[in-house]
Design a protein around this ligand. Structure first.
Ligand code: NDP
Ligand code: HSE
Length: 436
């Protein structure tokens, strides 16, 4: 049988990893796929000598448009990134009847609905395992392995760079900027690393996970997001005093007021496995009504782990090349005409517990003022701890853990507390999830 011909858009961290894995494991992969898989063409912006030497049996160019119009290529692997050029190239390739494999979560989260519709019309596949949690096969797990379940909620550490930064800062006391530089050198970070830090990358990934879990269209613009940039060493330390770790989580929950979609720093009890996922590793906890909780763990970024997911997608495409489009696993797990219109919950309506830190004037009655506001708002306190003030600070840090309450009630209470004369500055709020 003729080899299946793959064209790579991009030869960076992921594209280079795909070439290496396909070469290194060529015989295993073709025994699994039933056909030889050959990368025949690749494009990059620059074609230096090292690059040309490393891939001598691949035709290289800088012309991405020529690649997606090339008549001999069966599968296009989009590994360029970004959302404009990549969208144009993917739609052109689909129009030309080519199957797509992509690692680009921004592209799928923002333009996925349109791309899947185009692919459906053309009867081609768009596979995107590498777009979420690097090497962890979470898309396949949700879409196929858990297909008998009603998914109740999922929560994941889904940005490797962010988790790497938080771990290095906590364990080694390293500086934020210094660890970020290392993450970039290791190929973990996005082209714009602000996406890793401000929660954008995790929000792209959560959008995709939620669609597949709950059978809803991709709705990136409705995800609530906070990044890791506001997490302080003090909060990490105080959280540990209460038996919690701070992780940046993507959370999607099916609730009576709609689907919660949120990414933010979160306190998790340190006894939970996911609280101990460190460095570039990712983990996704999925709660299905039949299976109960499941946890998938693995490298969330980097050349080989991501290539593992891209190559698995290429093999999947090869295996179904001859099947009728209507007999394939749907792109978003549910049949395209059966997606639900379940609303996304407003952030004020979510219910969760909270960690609150505030700087109080040291005088009698301050605690009573704050707890009075909590009582008025129907907020129950689980624990309070007064911390050592910093030398010469004049204020005492007080930390509260609350029981579960509606976010709107907490917003109102925080506004009232911040208006007190006895409280200095703003209240730090970190949501708490027990993930039980
Ligand atoms: P890189 O920046 O390392 O690689 C991008 C590649 O695309 C480079 O080879 C670049 O060329 C090429 N490229 C960019 N623009 C053009 C263009 N206009 N024409 C031709 N070639 C172009 O990115 P990554 O490999 O890290 O990421 C690729 C995708 O994979 C992104 O969507 C990213 O979000 C996703 N991803 C990345 C992971 C990781 O760990 N890095 C993990 C999971 C997903 P040149 O080399 O000449 O600059
Ligand atoms: N920048 C991303 C991360 C790459 O660090 O998780 C993997 O999607």
């Amino acid at each position: 049988m003729e080899p299946v011909k793959v064209g790579l858009l991009g030869l960076g961290t992921v594209g280079g990893g795909v070439v290496n894995v396909l070469q290194r494991n060529a015989s295993e992969i073709s025994r699994r796929a039933g056909r030889e898989i050959r990368v025949t063409h690749a494009v990059a912006r620059t074609l230096d000598k090292d690059r040309i030497c490393g891939v001598n049996d691949i035709e290289l160019s800088t012309d991405a448009h020529a690649l997606v119009n090339h008549p001999d290529i069966d599968i296009i692997a989009e590994l360029i990134g970004g959302t404009e050029l990549s969208k144009e190239l993917v739609l052109t390739a689909i129009e030309n009847g080519k199957h797509i494999v992509t690692a680009n979560k921004a592209l799928i989260a923002i333009h996925g609905n349109e791309i899947f519709e185009a692919a459906q019309n053309k009867g081609v596949m768009v596979a995107f395992e590498a777009a979420v949690a690097g090497g962890i096969p979470i898309i396949k797990t949700l879409r196929e392995g858990l297909t008998g379940n009603r998914i109740e909620w999922l929560a994941g550490i889904i940005n490797g760079t962010g988790n790497f930064i938080l771990t290095e800062m906590r364990d080694k006391g390293r500086d934020f900027a210094d660890v970020l530089k290392e993450a970039q050198a290791l190929g973990y970070a996005e082209a714009d690393p602000a996406f890793d830090i401000d929660g954008t990358d995790a929000a792209h990934k959560l959008t995709i996970l939620a669609s597949i879990a709950f059978g809803i269209p991709l709705q990136y613009e409705k995800v609530y997001k906070e990044g890791i940039d506001k997490i302080t060493r003090e909060d990490v330390f105080y959280a540990e005093q209460f038996g919690y770790r701070i992780k940046h989580l993507g959370i999607a929950k099916d609730t009576e007021v709609g689907i919660e979609l949120r990414v933010h720093p979160t306190l998790i009890p340190e006894r939970r496995l996911i609280a101990n996922v460190d460095g570039v590793m990712n983990a996704v906890l999925v709660k299905g009504d039949a299976v109960g909780p499941t946890l998938q763990y693995g490298a969330g970024a980097g050349a080989d782990p991501t290539a593992s997911a891209v190559v698995a997608d290429i093999v999947d495409v090869v295996r179904v090349l001859t099947t009728d489009p209507e007999n394939r696993v749907p792109h978003l797990a549910f049949q395209a005409d059966s997606l639900s219109e379940t609303p996304i919950a407003a952030m004020g309506d979510i219910k969760t517990a909270y960690y609150l830190r505030m700087d109080a004037v040291e005088r009698p009655g301050v605690l009573a003022e704050v707890t009075g506001i909590f009582a008025e708002g129907g907020i129950s306190i689980e624990a309070i701890r007064q911390q050592e003030p910093a030398e010469g600070a004049g204020f005492v840090p007080i930390v509260f853990l609350t029981y579960i309450v509606r976010e709107q009630a907490m917003n109102e209470a925080i506004s009232l507390i911040e208006a007190l004369d006895s409280i200095n500055g703003t209240v730090t709020r970190i949501r708490v999830e027990h993930l039980g």
